[in-house]
Design a protein around this ligand. Structure first.
Ligand code: ATP
Ligand code: MG
Length: 377
């Protein structure tokens, strides 16, 4: 089939009562950004209709549309004048059980839905020798949507889209993006619930390479079809790492580095109007991600909430999502992260705020944070 129209349906936006207009406006804008000048978009009869695209590009276009948060399903369609519907039925290639569902929105159409479904079914049966009608348990359903203005949409697929809410309707997040598997998935989940995202990455040159930086850029790029355009802030933390490593007890180094990440992220978030910080942390995944470890971070975030979308996920669930959204292959490329530069032999599992503060007395915290932000790109 060569589709000349794509239909996209939206979901939870329906529930938004008085805010519905705002949600719809944002969804429309995000769809326009996603398709650019490659097709025309109309919002008609409670769904989006995409037309005027190059015929051989429909598959790629469908893929882009299905990644826009807020949509529940997409269908490639053949749109024809009413008198051409049966010609489309003649082209169907069906093996096995099928039924035809007719929706007659144009009440001037000369047949009832039931009558016309039977006519369509008979047309298909004449051409497809191995097809049989089964109204109750069909393998294929052919949908025929008869609209006003002499147009009918014929389609056989209702493919799931990503769901969620339109990006930008829930505010803007600053996502701590490492080069690992978890944080890109956390960004994706945050966007799925309507957060626009920017990224902050902590690098430690020369211990971490340009290749590592390039990997982070590509991860941000891989998320763009879902999350939209974003900014990537890169903050060098080499000096911070060196001071921590030289002056603090070994078991607290990672915890204290993470506290610096929060201080810096909070500052950037406040300067740039981000409503929250997002991390890929996951309860008990590593020593620093215990409740006590998380608590030592939370106290530094002030009024900026830290969201951790993956907190209760199993690693296998995170990997499955990373594969689905297309970040996994990039994440598993081997490059050093600043957290892995000076790994303590046994990081503390139950850190306390008091002990963190005691270690941090040896460091010039404000100066280090200020310098790191000055060197930000
Ligand atoms: P994985 O666990 O798959 O190796 P990760 O990204 O979760 O990758 P962790 O060491 O578990 O890495 O770090 C927990 C979280 O801290 C990350 O999800 C990320 O949000 C943040 N983080 C860690 N290192 C960095 C970094 N270099 N820059 C920005 N954020 C980081
Ligand atoms: Mg992790």
């Amino acid at each position: 089939m060569n589709a000349n129209v794509i239909i996209a349906r939206y979901g939870e936006v329906h529930l938004k009562g008085n805010n519905r207009g705002m949600f719809m406006q944002r969804l429309t804008k995000n769809l326009r950004d996603a398709v650019g000048k490659d097709c025309k978009i109309e919002l008609k009869n409670g769904r989006y209709i995409f037309t005027e695209f190059e015929q051989d590009k429909w598959c790629a276009l469908l893929d882009r549309i299905a990644k826009v948060f807020g949509l529940t399903s997409v269908s490639p369609c053949v749109a024809v004048p009413h008198d051409q519907i049966l010609r489309v039925m003649e082209d169907e290639q069906i093996n096995g059980a099928f039924r035809v569902n007719v929706n007659r929105a144009d009440k001037k159409f000369p047949h009832t839905s039931m009558e016309f479904a039977a006519i369509c079914g008979a047309t298909i049966l004449k051409k497809c020798k191995n097809a049989k009608v089964d109204l109750y348990d069909p393998d294929d359903i052919i949908f025929v949507d008869i609209r006003e203005d002499n147009i009918a949409y014929v389609y056989g697929e209702v493919n799931p889209a990503v769901g969620g809410l339109p990006v930008g309707t829930a505010g803007r997040a600053l996502v701590l993006l490492s080069g690992g598997i978890d944080s890109p998935v956390a960004a994706w989940l945050a966007s799925k619930r309507g957060l626009a995202v920017d990224f902050i990455h902590f690098s430690s040159p020369p211990y971490t390479s340009d290749m590592a930086m390039d990997k982070v850029r590509r991860l941000a790029g891989a998320l763009e079809p879902y999350c939209g355009k974003s900014r990537l802030f890169t903050v060098p933390v080499t000096q911070i790492l060196q001071q921590i490593n030289a002056l603090c007890v070994d078991e607290y180094t990672i915890t204290i580095l993470r506290r610096f990440m929060v201080r810096i992220a909070r500052e950037i978030a406040e300067q740039n109007g981000h409503d929250c910080i997002v991390t890929g942390e996951n309860l008990a995944q590593v020593a620093s991600q215990t409740i006590q470890g998380i608590t030592t971070n939370n106290v530094l975030a002030g009024a900026t909430p830290i969201l951790r979308p993956l907190i209760t996920y199993d690693k296998s669930e995170i990997i499955a999502l990373a594969q689905k959204i297309g970040t996994y292959g990039i994440s598993v490329e081997p490059h050093q992260d600043c957290c892995t530069v000076f790994v303590p032999s046994s990081p503390v599992i139950s850190p306390t705020i008091a002990k963190c503060e005691k270690q941090e007395q040896k460091l010039e915290i404000n100066a280090l944070v200020k310098k790191a932000i000055q060197d930000m790109e």
